[in-house]
Design a protein around this ligand. Structure first.
Ligand code: AMP
Length: 157
């Protein structure tokens, strides 16, 4: 990815993206949603295509496409709401577990280009399945990866 994308998106680009974004339109009240919670930073609403009962989305009120471009302080504010929202979703759906996940980018199954957290309640036998097939991490490859990621981090700082 282009690490300068966050810097390159100016306020005009963001406003243009927000004009047609489905989640921005929900935030503005232009299209309906089953709204659960709202404050100055976030909106939480039911997913219209729930994978299980109670599937909830939490979105920042400002349009950011994904985690690559959202500023640290904005995502910190959004994620600070997650524990309370997750507890409420779990309580309402009578479960004691949930996924909290972000599909980040098209290849990672993101279909709506406005950053959002999924809160997905889980219980035994609910029929939802996330295919997860652990591979192997050879020591030499791990060393290369650590060096590459640490190098990228230093370049960002
Ligand atoms: P993702 O694939 O991670 O981008 O997830 C997008 C989610 O948004 C999907 O689970 C959709 O069902 C959900 N979604 C799309 N449009 C709406 C809408 N108008 N209201 C509520 N949820 C929506």
């Amino acid at each position: 990815m282009d690490p300068s994308r966050q810097l390159n998106m100016n306020s005009g680009d963001r406003a243009a993206a927000a004009a047609t974004c489905v989640f921005c339109r929900i935030i503005r009240g232009e299209i309906p949603a089953h709204r659960i919670y709202e404050d100055e930073a976030v909106l939480a609403f039911l997913d219209v295509g729930p994978v299980v009962t109670g599937h909830t989305l939490v979105v920042p009120k400002t349009h950011y496409q994904d985690i690559f471009e959202i500023p640290d302080q904005i995502i910190a504010g959004v994620s600070s709401r997650l524990p309370r929202l997750a507890r409420a979703v779990a309580a309402a759906t009578h479960v004691s577990a949930c996924h909290i996940l972000v599909n980040n980018g098209r290849e990672a199954m993101q279909s709506v280009p406005h950053l959002h957290y999924h809160i997905i309640p889980r219980q035994a036998g609910d029929g939802f399945n996330v295919p997860w097939h652990p591979g192997r991490l050879p020591g030499e490859r791990a060393g290369e990866l650590v060096a590459a990621i640490a190098g990228a981090l230093r370049r960002e700082a």
